[in-house]
Design a protein around this ligand. Structure first.
Ligand SMILES: Nc1ncnc2c1ncn2[C@@H]1O[C@H](COP(=O)(O)OP(=O)(O)O)[C@@H](O)[C@H]1O
Ligand SMILES: [Mg+2]
Length: 505
């Protein structure tokens, strides 16, 4: 029997090598999980070369540093603690030049980092190293060190490693793509898990969820608009909870609720004695939210002076407490909400345009509930569940007339109104079914009790008007001016209607 000349010399034959090459490409195609895949490939190369060590060195994206991504051989763990600069050592040089390198005798070669190979206990005798490029870009190199039963590597070894590195480049590329897909999948499923707190299966809500998903990894400022009660604050919290800042604070400031004179101190804090009444040092919300998220609620209500200060704080991430000359730096992610049309406020000169453009990096609009009716049933079920648990009730059903009412109603107070209505109904309900009498808009004194068989009396327009005014007054917490605004009528018209309908205040 003929013995292959390379075999005679103790070298692996070409056919053995091709078998290894096939083995490697099989591995590359068999699994996409990056860690196990690359480790397996590097181990296989080590055995194909019958070498003392093999490493895959990759460039840290965005830097000039290389790290040992996968290693094989007796020093495989020790070598991982080292970093190389691009151009440094054999692996660094090949990763920079993009040219394969054979160093048959490495013992006194100045390009070799002998300190590293001595330190890990594998002094370098001979090295082959090839560059690794993915999609035309150099990403690192692959290095094999010291053939076990020979003095040094030769040209065949270099050629073989070149062939193998193409397969590895493919593996790295696939694995990178796969890791990207996995992480997108993970954030999506994280979002889905959180979703019970924010309900919605309408196209609008699905679009909002997918936009939120696309910005999870960024610190982009988001302007959330929508009528009152549409879920602006809930969405802001949701964005925070899905962001990388989720373990830091989520701080809210309601710009509409704080008097003009106090808003600056609320945002930036004050020193003790800074003004009358400042009897202690107070940290502002910008300081408290450092590393976290600051949600500026109803930003349209901010005074021009506060707008100017806010712009600087956001642009420069710097501010001073009132009464202090020391500039503080901060790293906050800003989210803002408003129920106003801010662009109109800008046109009318009430809101600074530079601040508006700074805040309006991404806008998410939550439409009124009446325009996304597909969400109503899901919201009802969500809040039925929540309040059943909270009040230890077991209300399981809603009568058909009550359900029809809930589905047809216009929900001027949006989700907040729906939530309150379901809460009240669950509290009032003594058995397991919500009926019209449990819903405030349909409850009138002397109203006949709804029976399962009997259809509901259809309310007259006059009755509905009265009930609608009562509901507006309830939502405006008794403030007639606000109730008139909600109803889109003047204050005097409202007064007249209150009298006509004999509404007791
Ligand atoms: N999509 C939703 N899913 C579940 N609850 C919601 C949703 N939208 C709003 N809510 C609830 O409705 C109430 C009002 O929401 P909020 O975010 O305060 O509205 P806004 O800030 O727009 O006035 C909150 O209790 C909130 O939890
Ligand atoms: Mg709000």
């Amino acid at each position: 029997m003929n013995v292959h000349p390379r075999k005679k010399m103790g070298l692996p034959t070409q056919s053995e090598r091709y078998r290894k090459l096939i083995e490697i490409s099989k591995i590359v195609n068999s699994t996409l999980e990056i860690d196990s895949l690359l480790d397996l490939v590097i181990e296989t190369i080590l055995s194909a070369f019958e070498a003392e060590g093999c490493s895959l060195v990759l460039r840290q994206p965005g830097t000039d540093e290389l790290y040992f991504r996968s290693t094989a051989g007796p020093a495989k763990e020790k070598i991982k603690k080292f970093r190389l600069k691009l151009g440094e050592g054999v692996a660094g040089k090949v990763a920079l030049d993009g040219k394969p390198l054979l160093i048959a005798d490495a013992r006194s070669d100045g390009r070799v980092r002998h300190d590293i190979s001595n330190d890990v206990g594998v002094p370098a005798r001979s090295i082959v190293c090839t560059p690794l490029s993915v999609d035309g870009k150099l990403v690192g190199s692959i290095e094999v060190i010291n053939p076990r039963s020979r003095a040094g590597f030769d040209g065949d070894d270099l050629e073989f490693l070149c062939a193998v590195s193409d397969s590895i480049a493919l593996a790295v590329r696939n694995a990178r793509l796969f890791t990207q897909v996995i992480s997108e999948k993970e954030t999506l499923s994280r979002l889905l898990k959180l979703q019970p707190t924010i309900v919605g299966n309408s196209e609008t809500m699905k679009n909002i969820f997918s936009l939120v998903n696309r910005i999870v990894k960024t610190d982009v400022t988001v302007l959330i608009t929508g009528e009152t009660g549409t879920g602006k604050n809930l969405l802001a919290r949701f964005i925070h909870e899905t962001s990388h800042r989720q373990h830091q604070l989520f701080v809210e400031v309601n710009c509409a609720a704080i008097p003009d004179t106090l808003i600056e101190s609320e945002l930036f804090g004050h020193e003790k004695g800074a003004f009358t009444g400042a009897s202690y040092l107070r940290k502002g919300k910008f300081e408290l939210a450092d590393n976290g998220t600051l949600c500026l609620d109803e930003i349209g209500d901010l005074t021009p002076r506060a707008q100017a200060k806010l712009l600087r704080a956001i642009e420069e991430q710097r501010f001073e407490r009132i009464g202090s000359n020391t500039t503080l730096t901060t790293d906050v992610r800003i989210l803002v909400t408003t129920n106003r049309d801010l662009s109109q406020c800008v046109r009318e000169g009430q809101f600074r345009d530079d601040l508006y453009y700074r805040l309006n990096q991404i806008q998410l609009h939550l439409p009124p509930l009446r325009t996304r009716r597909e969400d109503i049933m899901q919201l009802i079920e969500h809040y039925l569940d929540k309040y059943n648990q909270e009040f230890e009730k077991s209300v399981k059903a809603i009568s058909t007339p009550a359900k029809n009412f809930l589905l047809d109603y216009d929900w001027p107070g949006n989700v907040r109104e729906l939530k309150n209505m379901i809460k009240r109904a669950v509290l009032l309900c003594d058995d397991d079914e919500i009926k019209c009498e449990h819903l405030p808009l349909l409850t009138r004194p002397g109203r006949e009790k709804e029976t399962v068989a009997g259809p509901e009396k259809f309310p007259s327009l006059d009755e509905l008007e009265k009930l609608h005014i009562i509901s507006a007054l309830q939502r405006a917490e008794g403030m007639k001016k606000k109730a008139a605004e909600l109803l889109g009528i003047s204050r005097s018209t409202l007064d007249r209607k209150i009298e006509v309908h004999k509404i007791a205040l």
